[in-house]
Design a protein around this ligand. Structure first.
Ligand code: URP
Ligand code: ZN
Ligand code: ZN
Length: 467
Protein backbone atom coordinates (compact mmCIF):
# COMPACT_ATOMS: atom_id res chain seq x y z
CA UNK A 1 0.00 0.00 0.00
CA UNK A 2 1.45 3.33 -1.08
CA UNK A 3 0.93 6.82 0.32
CA UNK A 4 0.31 9.79 -1.96
CA UNK A 5 0.78 13.20 -0.36
CA UNK A 6 -0.95 15.80 -2.51
CA UNK A 7 -0.39 19.53 -2.87
CA UNK A 8 1.80 20.13 0.15
CA UNK A 9 4.40 22.88 0.32
CA UNK A 10 7.53 20.77 0.20
CA UNK A 11 10.46 22.32 2.06
CA UNK A 12 13.93 20.83 1.88
CA UNK A 13 17.27 22.26 2.89
CA UNK A 14 17.50 23.86 -0.55
CA UNK A 15 14.00 24.17 -2.09
CA UNK A 16 10.44 25.19 -1.42
CA UNK A 17 7.64 24.30 -3.85
CA UNK A 18 4.06 23.04 -3.91
CA UNK A 19 3.94 19.44 -5.05
CA UNK A 20 3.23 15.79 -4.38
CA UNK A 21 5.22 12.93 -2.87
CA UNK A 22 4.50 9.29 -3.60
CA UNK A 23 5.83 6.62 -1.24
CA UNK A 24 5.76 2.87 -1.58
CA UNK A 25 7.63 -0.03 -0.02
CA UNK A 26 8.94 2.25 2.73
CA UNK A 27 10.69 4.51 0.22
CA UNK A 28 9.96 7.79 -1.50
CA UNK A 29 9.29 6.80 -5.09
CA UNK A 30 8.45 10.11 -6.76
CA UNK A 31 8.41 13.83 -6.01
CA UNK A 32 6.67 16.16 -8.45
CA UNK A 33 3.35 17.64 -9.45
CA UNK A 34 0.22 15.93 -10.75
CA UNK A 35 1.21 12.56 -9.25
CA UNK A 36 -1.59 9.99 -9.12
CA UNK A 37 -2.34 6.86 -7.11
CA UNK A 38 -0.47 3.78 -8.28
CA UNK A 39 -2.46 1.15 -6.41
CA UNK A 40 -6.15 0.69 -5.55
CA UNK A 41 -5.56 0.81 -1.83
CA UNK A 42 -3.06 3.67 -1.80
CA UNK A 43 -3.76 6.21 0.93
CA UNK A 44 -4.09 9.81 -0.25
CA UNK A 45 -3.26 12.62 2.17
CA UNK A 46 -4.46 16.06 1.14
CA UNK A 47 -1.63 18.32 2.30
CA UNK A 48 -3.03 21.58 0.91
CA UNK A 49 -2.04 24.41 3.23
CA UNK A 50 0.42 22.12 5.03
CA UNK A 51 4.21 21.99 4.92
CA UNK A 52 6.08 18.82 4.05
CA UNK A 53 9.55 18.22 5.58
CA UNK A 54 11.90 15.26 5.74
CA UNK A 55 11.59 13.42 9.06
CA UNK A 56 13.91 14.82 11.70
CA UNK A 57 17.26 13.28 12.58
CA UNK A 58 18.28 13.80 16.21
CA UNK A 59 21.99 13.09 16.34
CA UNK A 60 22.31 13.32 20.12
CA UNK A 61 20.04 11.32 22.43
CA UNK A 62 20.45 9.02 25.44
CA UNK A 63 17.71 6.41 25.88
CA UNK A 64 17.86 4.26 29.04
CA UNK A 65 21.36 5.51 29.78
CA UNK A 66 22.84 4.23 33.05
CA UNK A 67 24.17 7.48 34.51
CA UNK A 68 24.95 8.95 37.92
CA UNK A 69 23.46 6.05 39.84
CA UNK A 70 20.22 5.83 37.88
CA UNK A 71 18.98 5.42 34.30
CA UNK A 72 17.48 7.96 31.91
CA UNK A 73 13.73 7.47 32.08
CA UNK A 74 12.81 7.08 28.41
CA UNK A 75 13.71 3.71 26.97
CA UNK A 76 14.23 3.12 23.27
CA UNK A 77 10.51 2.47 22.78
CA UNK A 78 9.06 5.45 24.67
CA UNK A 79 11.84 7.80 23.58
CA UNK A 80 11.61 7.03 19.88
CA UNK A 81 7.80 7.21 20.12
CA UNK A 82 8.04 10.69 21.66
CA UNK A 83 10.39 11.56 18.81
CA UNK A 84 7.84 10.43 16.23
CA UNK A 85 5.17 12.59 17.92
CA UNK A 86 7.56 15.50 17.38
CA UNK A 87 8.50 14.67 13.79
CA UNK A 88 11.84 13.03 14.59
CA UNK A 89 12.04 9.74 12.74
CA UNK A 90 15.69 8.73 13.28
CA UNK A 91 17.98 9.01 16.27
CA UNK A 92 21.65 8.52 16.96
CA UNK A 93 22.16 7.27 20.52
CA UNK A 94 25.49 6.88 22.30
CA UNK A 95 26.89 3.55 23.40
CA UNK A 96 28.66 4.53 26.62
CA UNK A 97 30.75 1.69 28.08
CA UNK A 98 31.84 2.16 31.67
CA UNK A 99 35.50 2.86 32.47
CA UNK A 100 37.25 -0.48 32.05
CA UNK A 101 34.45 -2.00 29.98
CA UNK A 102 35.22 -3.14 26.42
CA UNK A 103 33.62 -1.08 23.68
CA UNK A 104 32.12 -4.19 22.14
CA UNK A 105 30.56 -5.29 25.45
CA UNK A 106 28.91 -1.90 25.62
CA UNK A 107 27.76 -2.24 22.03
CA UNK A 108 26.17 -5.64 22.74
CA UNK A 109 24.23 -4.07 25.64
CA UNK A 110 23.00 -1.16 23.52
CA UNK A 111 22.01 -3.45 20.64
CA UNK A 112 19.81 -5.41 23.01
CA UNK A 113 18.17 -2.32 24.52
CA UNK A 114 17.54 -0.72 21.14
CA UNK A 115 15.52 -3.68 19.83
CA UNK A 116 12.46 -1.94 21.31
CA UNK A 117 12.81 1.19 19.17
CA UNK A 118 9.78 2.19 17.11
CA UNK A 119 11.85 4.29 14.70
CA UNK A 120 15.23 3.82 13.08
CA UNK A 121 18.37 4.33 15.13
CA UNK A 122 22.13 4.45 14.83
CA UNK A 123 24.90 4.58 17.41
CA UNK A 124 27.92 6.70 18.19
CA UNK A 125 30.52 4.86 20.28
CA UNK A 126 31.86 6.63 23.36
CA UNK A 127 35.47 5.94 24.27
CA UNK A 128 35.56 6.42 28.03
CA UNK A 129 39.07 5.05 28.69
CA UNK A 130 42.01 3.74 26.70
CA UNK A 131 43.06 0.10 27.02
CA UNK A 132 45.01 -2.50 25.05
CA UNK A 133 42.02 -3.42 22.91
CA UNK A 134 40.56 0.03 22.31
CA UNK A 135 42.24 0.74 18.97
CA UNK A 136 41.21 -2.66 17.58
CA UNK A 137 37.68 -2.23 18.88
CA UNK A 138 37.41 1.21 17.30
CA UNK A 139 38.47 -0.35 14.02
CA UNK A 140 35.84 -3.06 14.42
CA UNK A 141 33.17 -0.41 15.11
CA UNK A 142 33.98 1.43 11.89
CA UNK A 143 34.62 -1.54 9.60
CA UNK A 144 32.13 -4.13 10.88
CA UNK A 145 29.43 -2.29 12.80
CA UNK A 146 28.75 0.85 10.79
CA UNK A 147 29.77 3.16 13.63
CA UNK A 148 32.15 5.77 12.23
CA UNK A 149 31.78 8.38 15.01
CA UNK A 150 33.34 8.33 18.47
CA UNK A 151 32.32 10.36 21.49
CA UNK A 152 34.69 11.70 24.11
CA UNK A 153 33.74 13.39 27.36
CA UNK A 154 36.19 16.00 28.66
CA UNK A 155 33.91 16.40 31.71
CA UNK A 156 32.74 13.72 34.18
CA UNK A 157 36.21 13.09 35.61
CA UNK A 158 36.48 9.81 37.51
CA UNK A 159 33.52 8.36 35.62
CA UNK A 160 33.18 8.39 31.82
CA UNK A 161 35.51 11.35 31.20
CA UNK A 162 38.86 10.98 29.42
CA UNK A 163 42.08 12.92 29.98
CA UNK A 164 43.98 14.66 27.19
CA UNK A 165 46.30 11.71 26.62
CA UNK A 166 43.32 9.43 26.05
CA UNK A 167 41.64 12.04 23.87
CA UNK A 168 44.72 12.23 21.66
CA UNK A 169 44.76 8.45 21.35
CA UNK A 170 41.12 8.46 20.23
CA UNK A 171 41.80 11.25 17.74
CA UNK A 172 44.84 9.55 16.23
CA UNK A 173 43.01 6.27 15.74
CA UNK A 174 39.86 7.95 14.43
CA UNK A 175 41.90 9.88 11.88
CA UNK A 176 43.51 6.68 10.65
CA UNK A 177 40.02 5.15 10.30
CA UNK A 178 38.46 8.18 8.60
CA UNK A 179 36.07 8.46 11.55
CA UNK A 180 34.66 11.56 13.24
CA UNK A 181 35.46 12.43 16.87
CA UNK A 182 32.77 14.24 18.79
CA UNK A 183 33.51 15.97 22.07
CA UNK A 184 31.65 17.10 25.17
CA UNK A 185 33.79 20.11 26.06
CA UNK A 186 34.14 21.15 29.70
CA UNK A 187 37.38 21.35 31.71
CA UNK A 188 36.74 18.30 33.89
CA UNK A 189 39.29 19.05 36.64
CA UNK A 190 38.19 22.67 36.97
CA UNK A 191 34.58 21.53 37.36
CA UNK A 192 35.55 19.13 40.15
CA UNK A 193 37.55 21.83 41.94
CA UNK A 194 34.65 24.28 41.80
CA UNK A 195 32.15 21.63 42.92
CA UNK A 196 34.32 20.84 45.94
CA UNK A 197 34.72 24.50 46.83
CA UNK A 198 30.95 25.11 46.73
CA UNK A 199 30.17 22.01 48.76
CA UNK A 200 32.77 23.06 51.37
CA UNK A 201 31.02 26.42 51.57
CA UNK A 202 27.65 24.70 52.09
CA UNK A 203 26.38 25.78 48.66
CA UNK A 204 24.40 22.71 47.67
CA UNK A 205 21.44 23.90 45.56
CA UNK A 206 20.92 23.43 41.77
CA UNK A 207 22.17 27.01 41.16
CA UNK A 208 25.69 25.76 42.04
CA UNK A 209 25.55 23.19 39.30
CA UNK A 210 25.65 26.13 36.90
CA UNK A 211 28.17 28.09 38.98
CA UNK A 212 30.57 25.13 38.98
CA UNK A 213 30.51 24.88 35.18
CA UNK A 214 30.71 28.51 33.93
CA UNK A 215 31.12 29.41 30.27
CA UNK A 216 34.94 29.87 30.33
CA UNK A 217 35.24 26.23 31.42
CA UNK A 218 33.42 25.18 28.27
CA UNK A 219 35.27 27.74 26.14
CA UNK A 220 38.70 26.51 27.25
CA UNK A 221 37.83 22.87 26.66
CA UNK A 222 36.35 23.63 23.25
CA UNK A 223 39.51 25.49 22.23
CA UNK A 224 41.64 22.64 23.58
CA UNK A 225 39.65 19.96 21.77
CA UNK A 226 39.95 21.98 18.56
CA UNK A 227 43.69 22.44 19.06
CA UNK A 228 44.19 18.72 19.72
CA UNK A 229 42.15 17.91 16.64
CA UNK A 230 44.31 20.35 14.64
CA UNK A 231 47.42 18.46 15.75
CA UNK A 232 46.13 14.91 15.78
CA UNK A 233 42.78 14.26 14.29
CA UNK A 234 40.84 16.84 12.29
CA UNK A 235 37.85 16.97 11.82
CA UNK A 236 35.99 17.37 15.10
CA UNK A 237 32.32 17.78 16.01
CA UNK A 238 31.53 19.73 19.18
CA UNK A 239 28.36 18.47 20.87
CA UNK A 240 25.85 20.63 22.74
CA UNK A 241 27.71 23.95 22.38
CA UNK A 242 26.15 26.51 24.73
CA UNK A 243 28.14 29.72 25.00
CA UNK A 244 29.92 32.64 23.34
CA UNK A 245 33.35 31.44 24.51
CA UNK A 246 32.93 28.09 22.76
CA UNK A 247 31.46 29.71 19.68
CA UNK A 248 34.49 32.03 19.50
CA UNK A 249 36.78 29.00 19.55
CA UNK A 250 34.85 27.44 16.66
CA UNK A 251 34.86 30.69 14.69
CA UNK A 252 38.59 31.15 15.16
CA UNK A 253 39.30 27.62 13.94
CA UNK A 254 37.06 27.95 10.92
CA UNK A 255 38.71 31.23 9.97
CA UNK A 256 41.92 29.21 9.71
CA UNK A 257 40.13 26.65 7.55
CA UNK A 258 40.02 23.90 10.17
CA UNK A 259 37.11 21.49 9.81
CA UNK A 260 35.14 22.03 12.98
CA UNK A 261 31.46 21.16 13.19
CA UNK A 262 29.16 22.17 16.01
CA UNK A 263 25.79 21.29 17.47
CA UNK A 264 23.54 23.15 19.88
CA UNK A 265 20.19 22.28 21.49
CA UNK A 266 16.86 24.10 21.99
CA UNK A 267 17.40 24.50 25.74
CA UNK A 268 20.57 26.53 25.15
CA UNK A 269 18.80 28.68 22.57
CA UNK A 270 15.66 29.36 24.59
CA UNK A 271 16.34 29.23 28.33
CA UNK A 272 18.57 31.31 30.58
CA UNK A 273 20.14 30.48 33.93
CA UNK A 274 17.35 32.06 35.98
CA UNK A 275 15.81 28.55 35.78
CA UNK A 276 18.22 27.48 38.52
CA UNK A 277 16.59 29.89 40.97
CA UNK A 278 13.16 28.26 40.81
CA UNK A 279 11.84 27.49 44.31
CA UNK A 280 11.24 24.02 45.79
CA UNK A 281 14.20 22.35 44.08
CA UNK A 282 12.49 22.80 40.67
CA UNK A 283 15.80 24.10 39.30
CA UNK A 284 16.99 20.48 39.40
CA UNK A 285 14.91 19.74 36.28
CA UNK A 286 17.36 21.98 34.37
CA UNK A 287 20.52 20.38 35.70
CA UNK A 288 22.38 19.26 32.63
CA UNK A 289 25.94 19.62 31.41
CA UNK A 290 26.94 22.06 30.17
CA UNK A 291 24.37 24.10 32.12
CA UNK A 292 21.86 26.64 30.83
CA UNK A 293 23.73 29.94 30.36
CA UNK A 294 23.08 33.51 31.51
CA UNK A 295 21.19 35.87 29.20
CA UNK A 296 23.25 36.98 26.21
CA UNK A 297 24.58 33.61 25.10
CA UNK A 298 21.29 32.62 23.48
CA UNK A 299 21.39 35.42 20.86
CA UNK A 300 24.95 34.47 19.99
CA UNK A 301 23.89 30.86 19.41
CA UNK A 302 21.01 31.92 17.14
CA UNK A 303 23.48 34.03 15.19
CA UNK A 304 25.78 31.00 15.05
CA UNK A 305 23.01 28.97 13.46
CA UNK A 306 22.12 31.65 10.95
CA UNK A 307 25.72 32.24 9.93
CA UNK A 308 26.59 28.55 9.57
CA UNK A 309 29.02 28.33 12.50
CA UNK A 310 26.71 25.74 14.06
CA UNK A 311 25.43 23.02 11.72
CA UNK A 312 22.91 21.01 13.74
CA UNK A 313 20.30 21.33 16.47
CA UNK A 314 20.00 18.10 18.45
CA UNK A 315 18.31 17.62 21.82
CA UNK A 316 20.69 15.70 24.11
CA UNK A 317 17.46 14.01 25.17
CA UNK A 318 18.32 12.42 28.53
CA UNK A 319 15.31 12.64 30.85
CA UNK A 320 15.20 12.00 34.56
CA UNK A 321 12.10 12.27 36.73
CA UNK A 322 12.10 14.99 39.35
CA UNK A 323 10.61 12.57 41.87
CA UNK A 324 12.80 9.55 42.47
CA UNK A 325 15.72 10.63 40.30
CA UNK A 326 16.58 14.35 40.36
CA UNK A 327 15.77 14.41 44.06
CA UNK A 328 18.79 12.15 44.71
CA UNK A 329 20.65 15.45 44.77
CA UNK A 330 18.32 17.44 47.02
CA UNK A 331 21.17 18.08 49.49
CA UNK A 332 24.06 18.01 47.03
CA UNK A 333 23.84 19.39 43.49
CA UNK A 334 26.63 17.05 42.29
CA UNK A 335 24.29 14.11 42.84
CA UNK A 336 21.47 15.45 40.64
CA UNK A 337 21.43 13.27 37.49
CA UNK A 338 22.43 15.45 34.55
CA UNK A 339 20.01 15.69 31.65
CA UNK A 340 16.50 16.56 30.49
CA UNK A 341 13.91 15.54 27.92
CA UNK A 342 13.44 17.32 24.59
CA UNK A 343 13.12 14.98 21.62
CA UNK A 344 9.42 15.70 21.08
CA UNK A 345 9.79 19.47 21.26
CA UNK A 346 12.68 20.17 18.88
CA UNK A 347 10.47 20.66 15.82
CA UNK A 348 7.91 23.02 17.35
CA UNK A 349 10.48 25.09 19.21
CA UNK A 350 12.85 25.51 16.31
CA UNK A 351 10.00 26.41 13.98
CA UNK A 352 8.27 28.82 16.36
CA UNK A 353 11.28 30.55 17.88
CA UNK A 354 13.60 30.21 14.89
CA UNK A 355 11.63 30.46 11.66
CA UNK A 356 8.62 32.48 12.83
CA UNK A 357 10.85 35.05 14.53
CA UNK A 358 12.95 35.40 11.37
CA UNK A 359 16.15 34.15 13.01
CA UNK A 360 16.48 31.33 10.48
CA UNK A 361 14.58 30.61 7.29
CA UNK A 362 12.56 27.48 6.57
CA UNK A 363 15.30 25.85 4.47
CA UNK A 364 17.81 26.42 7.23
CA UNK A 365 15.36 24.90 9.67
CA UNK A 366 15.18 21.69 7.60
CA UNK A 367 18.95 21.66 7.28
CA UNK A 368 19.48 21.92 11.06
CA UNK A 369 16.64 19.54 11.93
CA UNK A 370 17.23 16.76 9.42
CA UNK A 371 19.62 17.23 6.53
CA UNK A 372 22.89 18.29 8.16
CA UNK A 373 22.78 15.68 10.93
CA UNK A 374 22.12 13.05 8.25
CA UNK A 375 24.95 14.36 6.06
CA UNK A 376 27.52 14.79 8.81
CA UNK A 377 26.91 11.35 10.29
CA UNK A 378 26.62 9.34 7.09
CA UNK A 379 22.86 8.82 6.84
CA UNK A 380 22.19 11.03 3.83
CA UNK A 381 20.37 10.70 1.40
CA UNK A 382 18.63 7.72 2.99
CA UNK A 383 17.59 10.09 5.80
CA UNK A 384 17.19 13.86 5.88
CA UNK A 385 15.95 14.17 2.29
CA UNK A 386 12.77 14.26 0.24
CA UNK A 387 14.16 12.54 -2.81
CA UNK A 388 13.26 9.42 -4.77
CA UNK A 389 15.09 6.51 -3.12
CA UNK A 390 15.16 8.08 0.36
CA UNK A 391 13.37 6.34 3.22
CA UNK A 392 9.74 7.47 3.44
CA UNK A 393 10.20 9.45 6.67
CA UNK A 394 8.08 12.56 6.23
CA UNK A 395 6.48 15.21 8.42
CA UNK A 396 3.27 16.87 7.27
CA UNK A 397 3.19 20.03 9.33
CA UNK A 398 0.20 22.25 10.02
CA UNK A 399 1.63 25.76 10.34
CA UNK A 400 -1.58 27.15 11.84
CA UNK A 401 -1.98 24.77 14.80
CA UNK A 402 -1.11 26.13 18.22
CA UNK A 403 -0.27 24.32 21.43
CA UNK A 404 1.40 24.80 24.78
CA UNK A 405 4.17 22.46 25.86
CA UNK A 406 3.46 20.64 29.11
CA UNK A 407 4.61 17.56 31.00
CA UNK A 408 0.88 16.79 31.35
CA UNK A 409 0.54 16.17 27.61
CA UNK A 410 3.99 15.31 26.29
CA UNK A 411 4.96 11.79 25.24
CA UNK A 412 8.30 11.85 27.07
CA UNK A 413 8.40 9.46 30.01
CA UNK A 414 9.29 12.21 32.44
CA UNK A 415 7.40 14.11 35.12
CA UNK A 416 8.82 17.48 34.05
CA UNK A 417 9.23 19.38 30.80
CA UNK A 418 11.89 22.09 30.81
CA UNK A 419 9.85 23.98 28.18
CA UNK A 420 6.68 23.90 30.30
CA UNK A 421 4.36 26.72 29.21
CA UNK A 422 6.16 27.53 25.95
CA UNK A 423 3.62 28.40 23.23
CA UNK A 424 4.28 26.64 19.96
CA UNK A 425 2.84 27.53 16.57
CA UNK A 426 2.75 24.72 14.04
CA UNK A 427 2.46 21.04 14.70
CA UNK A 428 3.19 17.71 13.03
CA UNK A 429 -0.22 16.64 11.68
CA UNK A 430 0.99 13.37 10.18
CA UNK A 431 4.35 11.70 10.64
CA UNK A 432 5.21 8.96 8.19
CA UNK A 433 7.94 6.60 9.36
CA UNK A 434 9.34 4.03 6.93
CA UNK A 435 6.29 4.43 4.69
CA UNK A 436 3.63 4.06 7.37
CA UNK A 437 1.61 6.83 9.06
CA UNK A 438 2.66 6.50 12.69
CA UNK A 439 1.34 9.79 14.03
CA UNK A 440 -2.01 11.10 12.91
CA UNK A 441 -3.69 14.14 14.37
CA UNK A 442 -2.22 13.76 17.82
CA UNK A 443 -2.44 9.98 17.97
CA UNK A 444 0.57 7.68 17.93
CA UNK A 445 0.31 4.37 16.11
CA UNK A 446 3.81 2.95 16.57
CA UNK A 447 5.10 -0.61 16.73
CA UNK A 448 7.56 -1.69 19.38
CA UNK A 449 10.61 -3.10 17.62
CA UNK A 450 9.78 -1.72 14.17
CA UNK A 451 12.82 0.57 14.22
CA UNK A 452 15.82 -0.68 12.28
CA UNK A 453 19.49 -0.29 13.01
CA UNK A 454 21.17 2.14 10.63
CA UNK A 455 24.77 1.21 9.85
CA UNK A 456 26.64 4.31 8.74
CA UNK A 457 29.61 5.14 6.58
CA UNK A 458 31.34 8.51 6.31
CA UNK A 459 32.44 9.35 2.80
CA UNK A 460 33.88 12.75 3.38
CA UNK A 461 33.37 14.38 6.72
CA UNK A 462 34.64 17.74 5.60
CA UNK A 463 31.96 18.19 2.91
CA UNK A 464 29.27 19.94 4.96
CA UNK A 465 31.60 22.51 6.44
CA UNK A 466 33.35 23.38 3.21
CA UNK A 467 30.09 23.88 1.30
O1 URP B 1 23.57 16.62 31.09
C1 URP B 1 23.70 15.93 30.10
N1 URP B 1 24.05 16.51 28.98
N2 URP B 1 23.45 14.61 30.17
C2 URP B 1 23.66 13.64 29.17
C3 URP B 1 25.10 13.24 29.04
C4 URP B 1 25.87 14.24 28.24
O2 URP B 1 26.78 14.87 28.77
O3 URP B 1 25.62 14.42 27.06
ZN1 ZN C 1 27.54 15.72 26.99
ZN1 ZN D 1 24.55 13.89 25.64
Amino acid sequence: MGILIKNGEIITAADRFVGDVYCDGGKIVAVGTGLVKQGQDDVVIDASGQLVFPGGVDAHVHMELPFMGTESSDDFETGTAAGVAGGTTSIIDFVIPGRGQDLLDGLAMWKEKAKKAVADYAFHMAVTWWGDKTAREMEHCVREEGIPSFKTFMAYRGAIGVDDVELIQVMEKAKELGALVTAHCEHGDAVVALQQRFLREGKTTPRYHAESRPAPIEGEATARAIMLARMWGEPIYIVHLTCIEALDAVAEARRRGQVVLAETCPQYLLLDDSVYDKPDFEGAAYVMSPPIRPKGHQDALWAGLASGLIQTVATDHCPFHQVGQKDMGRDNFTKIPNGAAGIENRLGLLWTYGVLTGRIDANKFVDLFATQPAKIFGLYPRKGAILPGADADIVIFDPTATSTISAKTHHHRCDRNIFEGFEVKGKARYVIVNGRVQFNDGKLDVQRGAGRYLPRKLDKVSAPVRQ
